[in-house]
Structures are given as C-alpha cells and as structure tokens.
Design a protein around this ligand. Structure first.
Ligand code: ADP
Length: 319
C-alpha cells in the first residue's frame, strides 16, 4: 500500500476534520501518500481530489464541518457511478480508502471493497446510531450543543412559567434526545425506540404544576414527529399551552468537544493501521473503552442499541 484516499460522506458531524487530520498525519507518519477527496463519493466519481501534505490538515482539528466537504451522491448508488469511481481510484493510484460517514456511506464503501479496493469506515454522525461502536464522532459535541440549548430555554421557560417542547435530531435513533434529555433534566423524552402514552405525558405536566414547578421541558426526537405535531397532540388531550423550539442544524455544527477530538484521532490512526495490515470492509469503533475494528457488515445489523435502562431512569429522575 503506497497511497490512500480519505473522504467524508453523508450528514456531516463535528470531529470529521479531526479525523481527516488523524488519517492524513498517521498515514504520512507511516510513509504513505494521502489523497483528500472532495464532496464524498461525488468527488470520487468526478476525480475531484488532491494530494494532501502535513500542512493541508493543519488548523482544522478544532473546526466543525468538514474541510473535504460532504455530499449525498445518488449516482454512486448505480453500477455506472461505481464504475466511474473505480476508474478514478485506478487513475489516481489509490490503493485503499478511509470513509468517514454514517451507515449509508459505509454501504457505499462495501461496493468498492467488493471490487478489490479496500475501504475502512470511521463512524461520523451525531446520531450515535452505528452498531458495533459505543460512540460515533460528533455525538458528544451535538449532545453538548443540545444541553446548552435546553439550559437556555429553561431560563425563559422558568421566567414565564411555560412548557417547552424541544425538537432534536434523530430519525431512527433516540440517543441524542435521550442523553440530552437526561442531562438537561427534561420531564418527558419522546424517542423512536420507546412508545409513549399521552395520558402519562399530561399527568406529568399536571403533577409538576401542582407541586409548583415553574417550567416543563419535553424533548421530542424528530423521527417520532415534529415538535409542533406533538404540541397539537397535547392540546387535543388537555388545555395546556406549549411553546415549540426546533433546534435544527445548529446540532450539526460547532467546534468538536475534547472527547470527539480524541475519538477522531484514535479512529483515524486505527483506520490507517487496518489498511496497512491489508484489510478492507472493516469499521472502526470504540467498545468498552477499546478502539477496535470489526466486520463492516455488523454495522448494518439494525438491532436494539439504545439503553432502555437509561430511558427508564430519565422517567424516575423527573417525577
Ligand atoms: P450517511 O452516510 O450519513 O448515512 P447517506 O445514507 O445519505 O448518509 O449515504 C451517503 C452516500 O453514500 C449516499 O449519497 C450514496 O452516495 C452512498 N450510499 C448510500 N447507500 C448506498 C448503497 N446502498 N450503495 C451505494 N452507495 C450508497
């Protein structure tokens, strides 16, 4: 292996830059050449790439977003698109690829691995929804962003004696909502993995107000329904006025936390080691504090990865 490529794909996440840096620097440390591919698989198809040097990845460890830009690329889902990508890999003498992204990006990379170009995946998504790793890059930063928002909303909720519904990201995974809700002291957390009972939600709001609570915070993961839909449901069941706050793309941005930077550095270095060892179709992750690589197919197994004890605890602590 002489030359590797690195790209970021799918939804961006804080910490992707730190991972790009780690991949590039570790590879250079090992005597490899590194090519940065822009705009994910689209850049690979178009040959939009350049050789990186030590300085190209300087001053990015602390930045959110991704220096290589990210994209969703429908063309790469087709055989023709994949063939174009393979031709570019050959043309640019790239022997292996590090893909930083979510499970969609992982699936795309399997088509290249199966065609003889080993790919290794680094989990980059704020959703924390990739089986095989306890944490994904960006989750910790997004979590802290959401907590910060909850704290701020709580100030105004208290001042006006209001119930707030805060809609957070998470289409299929409630991790961000659950962790942020627990850390932010939310009264109710609505996530895709758990069913909710509207009578119980209303009961909690009423008992809180009976004991003189000045505010209530309800967190809704977008995958269940929108914040305003949930507000309408509450209104249907009880005459309770709510305010809705949709956090939106704020959750994707910002300087990565120390934890995400460290994770990115560990993941990036491990990905290079795995490629150097000649392995493709592997995913990098952290399991019980150990950085590991595992068969990427395990990352597609949609098992129950949410901690339901934590969900139960969030209810017990917000009585
Ligand atoms: P994420 O990586 O955040 O889950 P997406 O699901 O949008 O984001 O996937 C990112 C890109 O990966 C897609 O735009 C597409 O180019 C590629 N991709 C996803 N699934 C496949 C697939 N089954 N086959 C080939 N490419 C895929």
């Amino acid at each position: 292996m002489k030359r590797i490529g690195v790209l970021t794909s799918g939804g961006d996440a804080p910490g992707m830059n730190a991972a790009i840096r780690a991949v590039a620097r570790k590879a250079m440390f090992e005597g490899l050449e590194v090519v940065g591919i822009y705009h994910g698989y689209q850049g690979l198809i178009d040959g939009n790439m350049e050789v990186l040097n030590l300085g190209s990845v300087g001053d990015i460890i602390q930045r959110g977003g991704t220096k290589l830009y990210s994209a969703r690329c429908p063309e790469f889902r087709t055989k023709e698109g994949q063939q174009k990508a393979i031709e570019q890999l050959k043309l640019n003498k790239i022997d292996g690829l590090v893909i930083i992204g979510g499970d969609g990006s992982y699936r795309g990379s399997m088509t290249l691995t199966n065609s003889g170009f080993p790919c290794v995946g680094i989990p980059g998504t704020i959703d924390n929804d990739i089986p095989g790793t306890d944490y994904t890059l960006g989750f910790d930063t997004a979590l802290n962003t959401v907590i910060d928002c909850i704290d701020k909303i709580r100030d105004t909720a208290t001042s006006h004696d209001r119930t707030f519904i805060i809609e957070v990201m998470g289409r299929d995974s409630g991790d961000l909502a659950l962790w942020a809700g627990l850390a932010g002291g939310a009264e109710t957390i609505i996530i895709p993995e758990e069913t909710y009972n509207m009578e119980e939600v209303i009961g909690r709001l009423k008992s809180g107000s009976t004991r003189g609570k000045k505010h209530s915070i309800i967190i809704v993961a977008e995958g269940v329904m929108s914040g305003s839909e949930f507000a309408a449901k509450i209104k249907e069941h009880a005459d309770i006025e709510t305010r809705v706050s949709v956090l939106g793309h704020i959750q994707r941005g910002g300087s990565p936390t120390g934890r995400d930077r460290v994770l990115a550095s560990l993941f990036g270095a491990k990905a290079v080691e795995v490629l150097l060892a000649g392995h493709g179709g592997r995913a990098i992750g952290i399991q019980n504090h150990q950085v590991v690589d595992y068969d990427m197919n395990e990352a597609f197994e949609k098992g129950e990865i949410m901690d339901s004890k934590m969900y139960q605890l969030s209810k017990e602590l917000s009585i």
